[in-house]
Design a binder for this molecule. Structure first.
Ligand code: UDP
Length: 363
């Protein structure tokens, strides 16, 4: 197949603004190309897909200018999705429609969490498949997903059952679930660790920065925080609220550096306030041998095997996280790595997505 990727419109690939969708897109480009498919990525100007050298000839990039979109998770549910003047999404979509009519592309894979590709898919001459990257956040987006699903139920996929449930039982019962996957070789297994705890994710309210500080203050453990500084006010408020916490902001690191840092940590904590669609960082940590302590909320709770690869604790219960930290030594780090190799390798993920895309019919 020749697959056309429509990237996220909130930031260039490689910037970190797009969160997990950037890694997902890169892993699928690598994985689908390794399976023999060619990929063309349509993405905002400045993007770096970052595929491996061995598949670079199979993956093209079309950069498109325009104004970036505001991420949906920063808006209220009822606020209409804003479309900037000279929208990069409109411009990318025009290129996708043109390329879909050029004749040598088989399917569009949409990564953008925005209404346009869902409601205007019929403009393309080939099937449009949507990989929804987040749970339900916006009334307008829900309607767009509903419309695409009603039109072509097989054309919508999600990462986890918990994510699918946020869109209602009709979708949850029938939508395709593809999970996620990483290039496990890019993460070195670290059999031992120091005492520090890791937090990885955009610094934002929904990722639970407040609870990261609370856990540090209560446990006395140092937390290293990695990710894009999306909301400085949330960080500053947590610093003020928890003077005893030891949380060090380490910036947004490329995967090669992030995995090195992660490997030296005793655990990754996931204390998110929203229904995390999947939580790529959970499998990245486990690939390094790092157990995960997560709230029982969203995708991470489907990934972590309680007592085997980490601990699943009641949502919003920071004391339960602290208690789990005290028991983290009972988790075998090699089991964490083995679980990722078994279920969340790039190859397994790309295989699931290729099977889904290959079964889509031309409109
Ligand atoms: N990430 C990174 N460097 C950092 C911190 C985070 O590359 O310093 C990446 C991380 O590898 C993951 C993504 O940012 O792929 C966050 O994805 P996740 O699915 O956990 O959350 P999202 O931001 O999509 O809600």
């Amino acid at each position: 197949m020749h697959i056309l990727f429509l990237s996220t419109s909130v930031g260039p690939l490689g910037s970190g603004i797009g969160g997990g969708v950037e890694l997902t897109l890169r892993n699928l480009a690598n994985g689908l190309a390794a399976l023999g498919h060619s990929v063309t990525v349509v993405a905002p100007t400045g993007s770096v897909v970052g595929v491996r050298k061995s598949v670079a000839s199979m993956v093209g990039l079309v950069e498109v200018d325009g104004e970036l979109h505001v991420p949906s998770q920063t808006l209220d549910r009822s606020t209409p999705l804003t479309v900037p003047r000279n929208s990069v999404l409109n411009n990318m979509w025009q290129r996708v429609v043109e390329l879909s009519r050029a004749g040598d592309v088989d399917v569009v894979l949409n990564f953008s969490y925005d209404a346009l590709p869902f409601v205007q898919a019929s403009e393309c001459a080939i099937p449009v498949a949507h990989l929804v990257s987040m749970g339900s956040l916006s009334d307008e987006m829900d309607s767009a997903v509903d419309a695409a699903f009603a039109n072509q139920p097989h054309g919508v996929a999600m990462h986890s059952h918990a994510q699918a449930r946020t869109f209602g039982s009709g979708i949850a019962q029938r939508v395709t679930i593809v999970g996620s996957g990483i290039d496990v070789d890019a993460y070195r297994f670290s059999p031992t660790s120091g005492d520090d705890i890791a937090f990885v994710g955009r610094i934002s309210r929904e990722k639970g920065i407040n609870d990261v500080f609370a856990v540090s203050a209560l446990s006395g453990r140092r937390v290293r925080a990695f990710g894009v500084m999306e909301d400085r006010a949330v960080w500053d408020a947590a610093v003020t609220a928890f003077p005893d916490a030891r949380v060090e902001y380490r910036g947004f690191l490329p995967t090669s550096d992030l995995q090195r840092e992660l490997g030296t940590c005793a655990a990754l904590i996931m204390v998110h306030q929203w229904v995390e669609a999947f939580g790529n960082v959970a499998i990245e940590a486990m690939a390094c041998g790092v157990p995960v302590i997560t709230y029982d909320r969203g995708g991470p709770a489907e990934i972590v095997r309680d007592g085997m690869t980490g601990f699943v604790v009641p949502p919003d219960d920071v004391h339960a996280v602290v208690n789990a930290l005290s028991r983290i030594g009972s988790i075998r780090r090699d089991r964490c790595r083995a679980m990722v190799l078994e279920q969340y390798s790039e190859r397994a993920f790309a295989g699931r997505v290729a099977a889904w895309l290959g079964s889509m019919e031309r409109p």
